[in-house]
Design a protein around this ligand. Sequence first.
Ligand SMILES: [Zn+2]
Length: 173
Amino acid sequence: MELSAAYRFCPRCGRPRQPNAVDRPFRCQACHYTSFFGPVTAVGAVITNEKGQVLLIERARDPGKGLLGMPGGFIDQNETAEFAVRREILEEVGISVGDLSYLMTAPNRYVYQGIVNPVIDIFFYSKVASGQAIQAESSEVSAWIWTDLSTVILDRIAFRSNRLALEKFMQLS
Ligand SMILES: [Zn+2]
């Protein structure tokens, strides 16, 4: 179900939504509360080692459980994208990275509890500081690999936005 369709009541005053309302944004007829259903912002990182291999993680939970992705996650309130991506990398794989370079953005659709949440993913690329061992956070990461990118690998990527970012990165290098 689309997020906008899940708004059956106004979250401020509780008035039921008009039947068949397709307002985007949602506008409450009673209190005029408005929700824009804007995308939430997430970050992802293409991290390379000294051999030029890319760090990919196997997702420990849905969406995309068992498929591959790159370290990343949602930006918290009052965080910059740069801070958030470093935090997520540290939380998920226990490493710090060098300078961040901007790669691209891509829209994503994150299905959680049956609701499709619109997301905008911001991708960076960076190099791992040498001599650091990966320490995966097992609730989010079931395995990890340093790998050369290939079609076989890209076919195992969970999200289209992540795949697009890896394809863009391959064009750079
Ligand atoms: Zn209302």
